[in-house]
Ligand binder design. Structure first.
Ligand code: GRF
Length: 190
């Protein structure tokens, strides 16, 4: 099975996924794609000698070039890991139920357009929640609205600040995203 990872930033999740599948000869991370040339994820991909592709908004939203690239590589599953743009319909149609995303909160709460990164954690704290978590879900044409595949929770303790809950969430993401992807790939091969 072959996966493609899309990211816009640091790519710590991308790195965990790459490391996880290095140990599994049946799964290849075939390419890492980014929408910014300065995204640190590109350097991480280089370190593992994984090919990369950088695209801009015009290429992504007005052409089939990204979809064609994925199709030509025979990608089975598209993994979004901190990728901040909406996925255009041509890509969703080309990969039905084959695009997954991770969100650093318990959807359907604290999701939607503009809810990313620290903004999510600030909103969670401001709402006085006593728990939060992560959500792995299929991607459809709306932000954070596709069918939920997996969630994991952590407790918010008195005195936790945004950095603390961001850290707790990131630990869960790193622990579970590679495993959930592996399970999805197993189901695809049946
Ligand atoms: C993660 O918190 C993920 O839930 C969100 O973006 C962040 C990406 O972090 N969608 P990183 O680039 O993998 O470090």
């Amino acid at each position: 099975k072959r996966i493609a990872i899309f990211a816009s930033g640091s790519g710590s999740n991308a790195q965990k996924i790459i490391e996880h599948f290095k140990k599994n000869p049946e799964v290849e991370v075939s390419i890492v794609l980014a929408n910014r040339p300065d995204a640190y994820v590109l350097q991480r991909a280089d370190n593992f000698e994984i090919p990369t592709h950088v695209f801009d908004r015009e290429e992504f939203t007005t052409s089939d070039s990204v979809v064609n690239l994925l199709t030509n590589l025979n990608i089975d599953l598209v993994v979004l890991a901190g990728f901040l743009w909406l996925i255009p319909t041509n890509m969703i149609e080309a990969f039905p139920n084959r695009i997954v995303n991770i969100h650093p909160a318990l959807l359907p709460k604290f999701g939607g357009k503009g809810m990313y990164g620290m903004k999510v954690h600030k909103a969670v704290l401001n709402a006085g929640e006593n728990e939060s978590g992560i959500t792995i879900h299929y991607v459809n044409a709306e932000f954070d609205e596709g069918e939920i595949i997996y969630q994991a929770k952590y407790k918010i303790e008195k005195g936790d600040d945004v950095d603390m809950i961001a850290y707790k969430g990131q630990q869960l993401e790193h622990q579970y995203y590679p495993k959930v992807i592996e399970n999805l790939l197993k189901k695809l091969s049946k």
